[in-house]
Design a protein around this ligand. Structure first.
Ligand SMILES: Cc1cc2nc3c(=O)[nH]c(=O)nc-3n(C[C@H](O)[C@H](O)[C@H](O)COP(=O)(O)OP(=O)(O)OC[C@H]3O[C@@H](n4cnc5c(N)ncnc54)[C@H](O)[C@@H]3O)c2cc1C
Length: 481
C-alpha cells in the first residue's frame, strides 16, 4: 500500500477536527484530514429542504459566553442573530397546556418560565425550587477538572439523578428541571436514571445553563461554519480532506505514527489528532493498545439518544399570537420545541427534540406513524396551524454510524470515580489529553463546554498545540519532504 508523509493526520472532519487542521495549517504544517462520512461537519450539519430552506439537522445555537465560536463566525463572515424569546412559551404538563411568559432572569425559574405565571398546584413550586437550590449548591462544590475529587464523590457517582431527586421529594414537578437537563439540556440525551447526579452536576459546572447556551443562531445554518472551514483548508491544500475514509489503525512508535483508513493511502506523520466522538475510538485499532482505564471508561460511556425534528412553515405564525415557540412538555415525543426562524419570521422554523426513551419510541415507529404523532404534538403545543408544516424532517442521531448519538457522551453511574480518575492519569483532567503522539480532540475532550460547538473549538486548540509540539520541537528525522 502507498504511504504518504504529512506532519499531522486528523481523524474526523467535525468542527473540532476541521479547526485543529486550520490551526496547524496556519502554523505552516502539512495536514491530512480523514473523514469516515461522505461530507464534513459531523454533528454540525445543515440541509436544504425542498422549498429551499436551510435547517440545522445537528447543532444550531451559539451561547452568550461562546467566545471562540463568536470569533470564528465573525472571521468566516457569517451572520448571526439573537434567538427569538419574546412572547409567551407553552408548558404541557400532566395533560394541561399552560401558556406563560418567560422569566426575566434565569434565577428562580421553572426551566425558562416565571413560576408565578404557571398556576401550579399548592406546594409544587416550593418543592421544585428547594430541589433546584440543592442541585445548584452541589454544582457549586464540583471540582470541574477532577469531578472524582468532589467531596462525597463516590456516593454521588453511584446515585442516579432520578434516585437523588426521589430521595429529597416525591413532588413529580420537582424532578422535571433535572430530567429536562438530562434529556435536552446541552449535555444531554440520557434519562435521569442512566447517569449519576455527580455527572449531571459536573455538566453544569463546566457548561452552565445559566450562561444561556442557546442565545443566538446563524443565518443560513450552523453547518455553514464547517463548510467554510473545509473550503478554506482545501483552498490552501486541495487534497487536505479525504472523505469516505474511516480510520481503522493508528500505530505509533518513537519516530512517528502510521494511520490507515478503509480507503486511500496510509499516512506517516509526526502526530495524529483523533477528533471523533469518544465511543468511535473503540472502532480504531491502536498500537500500542489504549491503556486499560481509558478503554474501560470508553466502554462505560454512551452517546445520548437524540432525534431532532424540524418543522418548516411559510411563516412563524405563532409570533402573530404572541407566542415564542418555546415549548416544554411531557408529551410522548416532543420534549422541547424552539423557534429557529430568521428574525423576519419567514420561513417559520420550529426545531423539536425527542431524547432518551422518547427518541427510542419514536424510532421504533414507521415514518408515517412518526409524522402523525409529531403533527399531533405540534398541534397540542402550537395550535391547528402547526399541523401542516411545508416540510417535516426527522433526524435520528442514534442511527448515525460514525457518530452514534447526540448531543454528547455520558458515563454510566460509577464510571467517573472508578475509571475516570485513573484514565485522567498524569494529565489530571476529565479525559486523557493524549497518548504519546495520539492527541485527543472532539468536543468531549474539552475542559469547558464539552458537548457544545464551543467545546469542540477549545479541544481543537489544545490538540493543535500538542500536535504542533510534536512537529516543531520533537525529533525532526521524519519530516515530510
Ligand atoms: C441534534 C443536535 C443538536 C445540537 N445542538 C447544539 C447547539 O445548539 N449548540 C452547540 O453548541 N452544540 C450543539 N450540539 C453539539 C455539537 O453539534 C457538537 O458538540 C459538535 O458539533 C461536535 O463536534 P466534534 O467535531 O467534536 O464531533 P463530531 O461533529 O461528531 O465530528 C466527528 C467526526 O468524526 C467522524 N468519524 C468518526 N469515526 C471516524 C473514523 N474512525 N475515521 C474517520 N472519521 C471518523 C464522524 O463521521 C464525524 O464527522 C448538537 C448536536 C446535535 C446532534
Amino acid at each position: 500500500m502507498a504511504i504518504r508523509t504529512v506532519d499531522v493526520v486528523i481523524v474526523g472532519a467535525g468542527l473540532s477536527g476541521l479547526m485543529a487542521a486550520r490551526l496547524l495549517q496556519r502554523r505552516g504544517l502539512q495536514v491530512q484530514v480523514l473523514e469516515a462520512r461522505s461530507a464534513v461537519g459531523g454533528r454540525m450539519r445543515s440541509t436544504t429542504t425542498h422549498n429551499g430552506t436551510v435547517v440545522d439537522l445537528g447543532g444550531q445555537w451559539g451561547g452568550a459566553t461562546h467566545h471562540r465560536l463568536s470569533a470564528l463566525v465573525e472571521e468566516l463572515g457569517l451572520e448571526r442573530f439573537p434567538s427569538h424569546y419574546s412572547g409567551d412559551g407553552v408548558l404541557c404538563w400532566q395533560g394541561a397546556r399552560i401558556q406563560a411568559p418567560l422569566a426575566d432572569s434565569r434565577g428562580d425559574t421553572l426551566l425558562f418560565f416565571d413560576p408565578a405565571a404557571l398556576n401550579l398546584a399548592p406546594g409544587a413550586w416550593e418543592s421544585t425550587s428547594r430541589l433546584q437550590r440543592a442541585f445548584l449548591a452541589l454544582v457549586g462544590r464540583i471540582d470541574p477538572q477532577r469531578p472524582w475529587r468532589t467531596a462525597d464523590a463516590e456516593r454521588l457517582d453511584r446515585t442516579s439523578v432520578a434516585a437523588w431527586a426521589a430521595a429529597q421529594t416525591d413532588e413529580p414537578l420537582a424532578s422535571l428541571p433535572l430530567s429536562w437537563l438530562c434529556r435536552v439540556g446541552g449535555s444531554g440525551g440520557f434519562e435521569p436514571w442512566e447517569a449519576s447526579i455527580l455527572h449531571l452536576a459536573w455538566t453544569q459546572a463546566v457548561a452552565p445553563q445559566a450562561e444561556s447556551p442557546e442565545a443566538w443562531l446563524l443565518r443560513g445554518g450552523a453547518g455553514a461554519v464547517a463548510q467554510r472551514l473545509a473550503e478554506q483548508l482545501r483552498a490552501a491544500a486541495p487534497e487536505s480532506i479525504l472523505l469516505q475514509a474511516p480510520v481503522r489503525l493508528v500505530r505509533q512508535d518513537s519516530r512517528g505514527v502510521e494511520v490507515s483508513a478503509d480507503f486511500g493511502p496510509a499516512y506517516r506523520a509526526r502526530a495524529v489528532v483523533v477528533a471523533v466522538p469518544p465511543q468511535q475510538r473503540l472502532g480504531i485499532r491502536f498500537e500500542p493498545a489504549l491503556p486499560p482505564a481509558h478503554n474501560a471508561l470508553l466502554q462505560r460511556s454512551a452517546m445520548g439518544a437524540m432525534t431532532k425534528i424540524l418543522a418548516v412553515y411559510e411563516r412563524a405564525f405563532w409570533r402573530d399570537e404572541g407566542l415564542n415557540g418555546l415549548g416544554i412538555s411531557d408529551l410522548h415525543a416532543l420534549e422541547l420545541t424552539a423557534d429557529s426562524s430568521p428574525p423576519e419570521g419567514s420561513p417559520g422554523i420550529l426545531a423539536g427534540f425527542a431524547s432518551g426513551e422518547r427518541a427510542a419510541r419514536l424510532m421504533a415507529m414507521d415514518a408515517a406513524q412518526q409524522q402523525t404523532l409529531i403533527r399531533h404534538e405540534l398541534t397540542t403545543l402550537w395550535g391547528p396551524q402547526a399541523a401542516n408544516p411545508v416540510e417535516l424532517l426527522v433526524q435520528p442521531w442514534t442511527a448515525e454510524p460514525w457518530i452514534g448519538g447526540a448531543f454528547t457522551s455520558f458515563p454510566a453511574p460509577g464510571a467517573w470515580t472508578s475509571h475516570g480518575a485513573l484514565a485522567a492519569g498524569e494529565h489530571g483532567g476529565p479525559g486523557p489529553a493524549h497518548q504519546g503522539r495520539v492527541v485527543w480532540a472532539g468536543t468531549e475532550a474539552s475542559p469547558r463546554w464539552p458537548g457544545y460547538f464551543e467545546g469542540a473549538l477549545e479541544a481543537a486548540e489544545l490538540a493543535a498545540q500538542a500536535a504542533a509540539d510534536w512537529c516543531l520541537t520533537g525529533d525532526q528525522t521524519d519530516r515530510p519532504g
